[in-house]
Design a protein around this ligand. Sequence first.
Ligand SMILES: Cc1cc2nc3c(=O)[nH]c(=O)nc-3n(C[C@H](O)[C@H](O)[C@H](O)COP(=O)(O)OP(=O)(O)OC[C@H]3O[C@@H](n4cnc5c(N)ncnc54)[C@H](O)[C@@H]3O)c2cc1C
Length: 383
Amino acid sequence: MQVLIVGLGPAGSACALALAKSGVDVLAVDRAYFPRDKICGDALTGEALAYLTRHNVPSRIIQRSFGEIRKPCFQELTPTLAEAGGQRLIGMGLRSQNASFHTIRRIDLDNWLVECCAKADCPMEFGWQVQSLHRVSSSDPWTVQGTIRSQNGELQGQFQINAEVVVGCDGVSSVIQHLSRDQRSARPIALASRRYCKNDEHQVEDEAISLMDHQWALNPSYAWQFSVTGGTNAGIYWCHHRNIPRISGRDLLALTQQHAPRGDAIKTWGIPVLTEEPLAHAPSGILLTGDAASLVDPLIGHGIDRAIYSGELAGQILAQGFQTGSNVETITRTYESKLEIRRRGWQQHIQQLENALQGMDNTADQLSKALLRAVWTRSSPKP
Ligand SMILES: Cc1cc2nc3c(=O)[nH]c(=O)nc-3n(C[C@H](O)[C@H](O)[C@H](O)COP(=O)(O)OP(=O)(O)OC[C@H]3O[C@@H](n4cnc5c(N)ncnc54)[C@H](O)[C@@H]3O)c2cc1C
C-alpha cells in the first residue's frame, strides 16, 4: 500500500478526500465508529466554513448566531465607538451586527465528512486502532499493527499493514507522533472543557448569541457559551500561553460547573497548541497533520480549520508526488516545508492577536487602578 491515513477526524477526512480518485493506493482507519463525539467548542472559522461550503455542507447541521465578546475593559467604550467598529455594545459585551458566528456539532461534522469520503469511494475501516509502527530500515515501508474491535468494544482480531507513507491524523495523543520520533519532544497542551445543554422549549433560535467571556484579568483564557443546533455548547478554554498559571483538570471542572451549572456531563480534553518552535523533522514517510502536529491557536483554541488545511495539504502533496514518481523523502520534506510556511503565518497572527489583547488588558488594568485610587481617595480620612 502507498498511503495509510490514521484517524478520520477533520484532518484525516480532508486528507482522504484530497486523495480520492488520485489513483494512489490508500486506506484510512479510525479506532472509532461514526457517528462519534469529539470534545470541542464546535465553532468554525471562516476558512473551515469555506472548505465545508465548497463540499456542499448541508445547512441544517450548521447553526448561525450573533457573536459576542465580553471583556471587563469594554465598559470604557461608548455605543458610538462600538458602532463605528461595526458592533453593538451590550453591557460589557461587543455583539456583531449580523448572525455571522457559525457552529457545527462535531458529531455531525465528523460524520458528514466521513460520509463524503464514502461517497468519494475512499477505502476506510472503523474500529481499527493503531498500536505499533516500525520499519526495518529507512528504505523499507512502515509496518503498522493494531487491534480490530466491534462497535461494542469486543476484540475481533489484529491487523498489519505495510505502507510507504503513514499520515498521522490521530489527534492530541497521536500514536503516530509518539512512535515515529526518537525523542519525544514535549508539546505544550492547553486544557479545555465542554458541556452541552439542550435549548428551553421557548427559546428562539433566531436571536441566538454565541458568547466568549474573557473574565480573567490579564489572562486571555475565556469561558464560552456557543449556540449550536438544538442547544448550547458551554466550556472554558484555559490558555496555555506565556506566564498564565496552569489549571488542574479538577479546578477546570469546578470553574465549568460555575459557568454552566446545568446540562450534560462536563468533559475535559487536551489541546496541543502551536508554539514559536518549528516542528521537529519527522522520519521519511511520516506526515503529521492537525492536532497530531500541534497546530491549534494557543489564544483562541481554533484547530478544526488547521486540521482541514494540513490534512488537505498532505493529501494534495501525496497525490501529486505519487503521480509524478517523486520519492517518499521528497514528498515528506515538501509537505513539511509547505506546512512550516503556513505555520509561521499562523504564528504571526497569534502575535498580532496577543498584542491586541494585551493592549486591551493594559487599558482595563489602568482603568481599574485609577478607579481604586479614586475610591481610596474618597474613603481616606481628610487631614
Ligand atoms: C474543549 C475543546 C474545544 C475546542 N474548540 C474548538 C473550536 O471551537 N473550534 C475549533 O476550530 N477547534 C476547537 N478545538 C480544537 C479541535 O477540536 C481540534 O483541533 C480538531 O479536532 C483536530 O482535528 P484532528 O482531525 O487533528 O483530530 P481529531 O478530531 O481528534 O481526530 C482524531 C481521530 O483519530 C482517531 N484516532 C486516535 N488515535 C487513533 C489510533 N491509535 N488509531 C486509529 N484511530 C485513532 C480518533 O478516533 C479520531 O477520530 C477544541 C478542542 C477542545 C479540546
